[in-house]
Design a protein around this ligand. Structure first.
Ligand code: BES
Ligand code: MN
Ligand code: ZN
Length: 500
């Protein structure tokens, strides 16, 4: 579906269906003069009387087929006092799917209907565009064309009453569109089957996108990783026939080439079998999403370049495939990380922190970061603690925590701060190496975060996002189907847009 804009009076609006978001107990045709002018027949539409505006309630009303606006879909937002961008997102997503199921090709949303809602005009325009586009997401690349399948609407028109489309509203809609595209790119990558997306493939996708977007992109292959002495990242990749990669993306717009960059680091395990400590078979296929962190970082850099955000941002994708094999690393192995520390590997399934620790070292060696934020499907423990709707956030930097929580809030991705509990640092002591990569099962997410913290120098602003549990949806969501959610892309985009 394509986003379009239209101005001039409601008398000139034309579409298969007009979407009319309204609050509880509002009289539909009185909600806005623009709506009344666009569809004057609404006042006498019998179905209007059955519509109460409850949250996500939908009611379809028909006018005369030859009218410019022959149909109106009333979209309930619930009580006005409780209306939030999240309510609007869910309701509109439902409405857009309804339109797809009914085969309507052109949808029209009057901006005037959003403007009178609480929450700020531009914010709501942005969220409307975001939700409408994301609602239609599906991963269909590998299926035969199904002639019976519903066809996506072609256009969503944002309609304005004035002579021009206001610049601020236009920009807001485009921001929403780009955020949706970022999330969809992250979902596409994470949904791609693991046989079709090895570390080299992810690196190739990244460099192709970088080339199109004018991002700088360097890919460190095995030889380069060896030269960088990234023994931890290399150890994870050793069991796979498909070698690891570190992808370095840089977005440095004109005039900001010398800024201290925000560095985003993503876990890119293209498949996590657990390695020699093999995972049980049930649901193992969802481990194709173990590169969601890397996917979100790539998606965010893509969106930043498209949007010309005036800020320098670096993205690191730490890519490897965790497989069991004669060459694989074993529990008990000790490897030397890029930091120079020796690391004891006790469980080969705790591989994410190993690829990340070397990427974190690299970030600090190559740049003076304004802040470093890593994002990873890191621990089952985090999923157990927080469930499927909220992700873990670890940082000792209160200001950075506030920024990330706020950035998450914008798009409805929720984070909950968990402690980098100092008392548990002793649990990472190793008998044979400088550090062990894991501690006891209890507090598993914290131990993983503390391990990462060990590789971040004092004074470097750093936060760690554990998105295990929220990266995959078992059931249909308000803004998505089952499978990869792309969780984190919107938050990191908002964070980068606003600066740290
Ligand atoms: N990729 C997994 C974590 C995960 C679990 C992500 C469930 C999404 C859903 C990670 O590599 C892993 O296996 N972690 C282990 C660590 C343990 C061995 C210390 C875990 O959580 O069990
Ligand atoms: Mn694992
Ligand atoms: Zn993993």
């Amino acid at each position: 579906m394509e986003l379009r804009f239209q101005c001039l009076g409601p008398e000139h609006w034309k579409a298969d269906i007009l979407l009319a978001p309204v609050c509880r107990d509002e009289v539909l045709h009185e909600a806005s003069p623009a709506l009344d002018k666009a569809a004057p027949w609404l006042a006498i539409a019998p179905a209007a009387r059955d519509f109460h505006g409850k949250t996500s309630e939908l009611a379809l009303m028909h006018g005369h087929p030859q009218q410019n606006i022959p149909r109106v879909l009333a979209v309930g937002l619930g009580r006005r006092e409780d209306m939030t961008p999240a309510v609007l997102r869910e309701a509109l997503a439902g409405a857009v799917r309804f339109c797809r199921d009914h085969g309507y090709a052109s949808l029209l949303l009057p901006e005037a209907l959003l403007a009178r809602l609480p929450g700020g005009r531009e914010r709501l325009v942005e969220e409307a565009a975001y939700a409408a586009l994301l609602a239609l997401y599906d991963f269909r690349d590998l299926k035969k064309e199904d002639p019976e399948a519903p066809v996506d609407p072609q256009w969503l028109t944002l309609a304005f009453e004035g002579e021009y489309v206001p610049d601020a509203a236009h920009a807001a809609a485009r921001r929403g569109e780009r955020a949706a595209q970022a999330v969809m790119l992250a979902r596409d990558l994470a949904n791609t089957p693991p046989n079709m997306l090895a570390p080299q493939d992810l690196a190739e996708r990244a460099s192709r996108i970088a080339h199109q977007q004018g991002l700088r992109c360097t890919v460190l292959d095995e030889e380069a990783l060896r030269a960088e002495e990234m023994g931890a990242l290399l150890a994870v990749g050793r069991g796979s026939a498909r070698p690891p990669r570190l992808v370095v993306l840089e977005y440095a717009p004109e005039g900001h080439e010398q800024d201290k960059p925000l560095v985003l680091v993503g876990k890119g395990i293209t498949f996590d079998t657990g390695g020699i400590c093999l995972k049980p078979g049930a649901k193992m296929h969802t481990m194709k999403c173990d590169m969601t962190g890397a996917a979100t970082v790539l998606a965010v850099l893509t969106a930043l370049a498209e949007e010309d955000v005036p800020r320098r941002v670096v993205g690191l994708l730490a890519c490897a495939e965790n497989m069991p094999d004669g060459g694989a690393c074993r529990p008990g192995d000790v490897v030397r990380a890029a930091s120079g520390d020796t690391v004891e590997i006790q469980n080969t399934d705790a591989e994410g922190r190993l690829v990340l620790c070397d990427a974190l070292s690299y970030a600090q060696k190559m740049w003076t970061p304004a802040a470093v934020v890593d994002i990873a499907t890191l621990t089952g423990a985090c999923a157990v603690a927080l469930g499927t709707e909220v992700a873990g956030l670890f940082s000792d930097d209160d200001a950075l925590v506030e920024r990330i929580l706020a950035a998450g809030q914008v798009g409805g991705e929720h984070f909950w701060r968990l402690p980098l509990w100092k008392g548990y640092e002793k649990n990472l002591k190793s008998q044979v190496a400088d550090i062990c990569h894991m501690g006891p099962r209890e507090g598993g997410a914290i131990h993983a975060a503390l391990f990462l913290k060990h590789f971040v120098s004092d004074g470097v602003r750093w936060a760690h996002l554990d998105i295990a549990g929220v990266d995959w949806a078992d059931s249909v969501q308000p803004l998505g189907v089952c499978g990869a959610t792309g969780f984190g892309a919107r938050t990191l985009l908002e964070l980068a847009r606003g600066g740290v």
